[in-house]
Design a protein around this ligand. Structure first.
Ligand code: ATP
Ligand code: MG
Length: 613
């Protein structure tokens, strides 16, 4: 049931309300984590529909992930009832695709998945998959700066060398895509912008269709996304950008906080609203996070006032190895959920205010910098028997298992035949294929998160992929074309369910916008936070890594745990590690260290705690 008209903006504080009540013209909301930016954006849209009588279909809400779009729609349904579901909330990629399909005579357009891109380059240049993976990553990086190779050749940027491996790969890549009538993800927004810039009729039609455009997580937009936003907003300038420059974590993909300044230049009349109250986290967590972000440059004063006065300290832990770290994580969660108390070094006693035994598995998130770190955690969690779910930041459906099923499905599908059973048949065939004895693949191991996914996959991957594919098939009905497009577009679809009562494992990047009662950030080590790539140590983008750590810390509502290991397998070899320099930025008074090395002891943490007294 909807919350009702009179209460629509009652759920906002005066500053948030001021933003939500700007119903015309450009609006910029700049505010820190947990200050209610997303909440304000959602309420504002509800307000536009309910108070201003704007049809929900005409209010475009751009979110960073598909999941965030779904959540926004769900919130709108709570506020507005069923009409809320009619608000088009989508990602930039989905918007690009919508524009191309509905206005660009490109209904037949196909999107190349990661595997397809890599194979295309590998075949065209006769190089290994691994090399092709690197080349594809390089092409993507360049494409975010210059959309086309011809542009790069016309006005070569300083570091671009025509005739290089990358340049040749790019040429083959463009040809290959064109020959197959495919585009890649980066092209979606580029082509949409080009369409709007070359076809005034299309531009007009879109401006008539969407009379309001809003974008959340504005700090992570890139050049072309910004251009698309600007074009759509047009003369009416009903454009709303909401974000936090301190949380910009996609610089490596071409996003740029300078768009906050651009926005103010492009819209000098913009209403600017700042929000300063943090509704999410305890004072301790906010103070610690502010310590970490303090060295980061800011315009004006950085204001983030916590409203929750709980002063439980942040727990730090130094583990001997990453295995020991994972064991410790398991024990912490067992205490929080199971109720054995947490020992406090400061008071020398069991701290009752820590809320042991009052947490559910779903309240807990474990965050890490690279996917490779999740393996030790998954192992330890499996042994413990606690329920967990892993969210990966890469495109699940571009994984080998999913692509294998889709390929087989496409090859064997006959129009008319029901879609879901055909998929299951394809999955069964892929399973048989896996079970059949065959030559082991001689692929070089690449650490996930630091390169491509290994091409091999097993039965379990097929199951996971099938779950996701069937969900899409259900939505697509019998429309195979729509199914293929949706598959290509499922940037974010994963089996991670925010409502499941399971411990969440996610990368720091994937944690953006979310919140959990308890957060454990593992691997707080120099080299992981900030992350340094092998052979490119000096290139670490410390400023961006700092923001990433800040994003992770500020996901926590009540309890925050920060751990690091003295030894970890890095690039295939055990390496000695040191604590992250970011930890030193947190005031002592906010921290308490838990020193017990759990790797040496049995499953009952209480016994160890007693020996510590
Ligand atoms: P992030 O930068 O991490 O995306 P955000 O600024 O978008 O954070 P929200 O996720 O919108 O913040 O809000 C954070 C939490 O605070 C949510 O649980 C939200 O419901 C709550 N909250 C925000 N504003 C209010 C309010 N006025 N009254 C009660 N709760 C609020
Ligand atoms: Mg948000």
């Amino acid at each position: 049931t909807p919350e009702g008209p009179s209460s629509l903006l009652d759920g906002l504080d005066p500053d948030q309300r001021a933003a939500a009540e700007v119903v015309r013209g450009p609006l910029l909301v700049v505010a820190g984590p947990g200050t209610g930016k997303t909440r304000t954006l959602t309420h504002r849209i509800a307000h536009l529909v309910h108070e201003q009588g704007i049809p929900p279909e005409r209010i475009l809400a751009i979110t960073f992930t598909r999941r965030a779009a779904d959540e926004m729609r769900e919130r709108l349904v709570v506020l507005l009832g069923d009409v809320g579901a009619r608000v088009p909330a989508m990602t930039f990629h989905a918007l690009g695709l919508l524009i191309l399909r509905e206005y660009g005579d490109r209904a037949e357009i196909g999107i190349a998945g990661e595997r397809e891109r890599i194979q295309l380059v590998a075949e065209a240049l006769s190089v290994t998959e691994r090399k092709a993976t690197q080349l594809c990553a390089g092409i993507s990086r360049w494409k975010r700066r210059v959309a086309r190779r011809s542009e790069a050749l016309l006005r070569p940027p300083e570091e671009y060398s025509p005739g290089s491996d990358l340049d040749r790969a790019w040429a083959a890549y463009e040809e290959g895509l064109a020959a197959r009538n495919l585009v890649d993800f980066d092209d979606l927004v580029t082509l949409a912008v080009e369409l709007l810039e070359s076809r005034p009729d299309v531009l007009l039609a879109l401006r008539e269709r969407f009379v309001h455009v809003s974008v959340d997580e504005f700090q992570d937009v890139d050049e072309r996304q910004y251009r698309l936003l600007l074009r759509l907003a047009g003369e009416a300038q009903n454009v709303c950008a909401i974000g936090d420059p301190d949380q910009a974590i996609y610089g490596f993909r071409g996003s740029d906080v300078s768009f906050f300044f651009r926005f103010r230049e492009d819209y000098p009349a913009a209403s600017v609203v700042r929000l300063g109250k943090n509704y999410r986290s305890t004072r301790t967590i906010v103070d610690a996070a502010l310590g970490v972000i303090a060295p980061s440059p800011t315009v004006g004063e950085r204001v983030l006032r916590p409203l929750i006065e709980d002063r439980s300290r942040i727990v730090t832990h130094e583990a001997r190895t990453e295995r020991a770290e994972a064991e410790w994580v398991v024990h912490v969660i067992e205490r929080l959920v199971g109720g054995t108390s947490l020992f406090s070094m400061d008071t020398g006693r069991v701290a009752p205010e820590d809320g042991e035994g009052t947490h559910a598995f779903g309240d807990v998130a474990i965050l890490y910098r690279t996917d490779a770190q999740s393996h030790a955690l998954v192992e330890a969690l499996r042994r413990s028997g606690m329920p967990f779910q892993r969210r990966t930041h890469d495109r699940v459906l571009e994984r080998a298992a999913a692509m294998a099923i889709v390929r087989l499905f496409v090859a064997t599908y006959t129009p008319g035949a029901p879609l879901a059973p055909s998929l299951q048949t394809a999955a069964a065939r892929v399973r048989e294929e896996i079970a059949a004895p065959h030559e082991p693949e001689a692929a070089a191991p690449v650490a996930p998160g630091e390169g491509a996914e290994a091409p091999s996959f097993g039965e379990a991957d097929v199951d996971a992929a099938l779950v996701v594919l069937l969900a899409i098939a259900t939505r697509a009905g019998e429309d195979a074309e729509r199914f293929r497009l949706e598959v290509a577009l499922e940037v974010e679809v994963d089996t991670w369910d925010p409502r499941a009562d399971r411990i969440s494992l996610l990368t720091l990047h994937a944690s953006k916008g979310l919140e959990f009662r308890v957060v454990l950030v593992v691997g707080c080590e120099d080299g992981l936070l900030p992350l340094r790539f092998k052979g490119r140590e000096e290139e670490a983008d410390v400023a961006e890594e700092r923001r990433l750590f800040y994003v992770g810390m500020t996901r926590a509502r009540e309890r925050l745990f920060l751990s690091y290991a003295r030894e970890r397998v890095r690039h295939g070899k055990p390496a000695a590690m040191e604590a992250s320099p970011f930890l030193r930025e947190i005031e002592e008074r906010l921290l308490t260290e838990e020193t017990a090395d759990m790797s040496k002891k049995g499953p009952d943490p209480r016994k160890k705690q007693l020996t510590l007294f």
